[in-house]
Ligand binder design. Structure first.
Ligand code: FAD
Length: 152
């Protein structure tokens, strides 16, 4: 769907992988991404989804209506809990427009995340403000563009 010229709405949130999904995340993530990529592309939503230490951090960008509808479905998903809104509002432009949804499982060996892990001891995305969350997501996206430029 072409959404060129339409105002961009951005939402960033974090959540925790729910207990039943915790042990199955490695196998569940490709399924989540497959659905996310197909559905998001169809409605002009793009973004990035990180997993790290049992947390999700996700950014959704696109026209306000499909972004909010997508978020509504995501919030109801039993595979995660403790939804925490980090940012919601208009954005000048998309930052993750290359992907319907880029999925990145992070580990502490990823250098871009180390400073975030070390800063607070344990990675806790609820303590990231909007600016640091965007800094984290854009640096991981940059890392991903170098690794797999056509993913998602
Ligand atoms: P249906 O497929 O009809 O499923 C019905 C219910 O079951 C929903 O509540 C659904 O969440 C839940 N469900 C579906 N599959 C499973 C499963 N394997 N295990 C347990 N419960 C399940 N979707 C997008 O379209 N775009 C996104 O960007 C996106 N990001 C996501 C990020 C995270 C962290 C998670 C956990 C999910 C994400 N999803 C995303 C998936 C989303 O939550 C919905 O499952 C999906 O959009 C299908 O919605 P539906 O209403 O058609 O549900």
């Amino acid at each position: 769907m072409s959404t060129a010229g339409r105002p961009v709405h951005r939402i960033i949130y974090s959540s925790k992988v729910s207990q039943p999904a915790l042990g199955k995340l490695e196998t569940a993530l490709p399924g989540i991404l497959q659905v996310a990529q197909a559905r998001n592309r169809a409605v002009g939503v793009t973004g990035i989804l990180l997993t790290c230490n049992g947390h999700f951090v996700q950014c959704l960008e696109g026209p306000i209506r499909p972004v909010l509808e997508t978020l509504g479905r995501i919030k109801a998903d039993p595979r995660h809990q403790e939804f925490h809104l980090i940012e919601a509002g208009p954005a000048k432009a998309r930052c993750f427009g290359d992907w319907g949804m880029c999925g990145v499982p992070l580990s502490p060996v990823d250098s871009e995340i180390v400073m975030f892990l070390e800063a607070g001891g344990q990675f806790d995305p609820t303590r990231l403000g909007p600016e640091r969350a965007m800094q984290l997501l854009t640096s991981v996206a940059e890392m991903q563009r170098k690794r797999q430029p056509t993913l998602g």
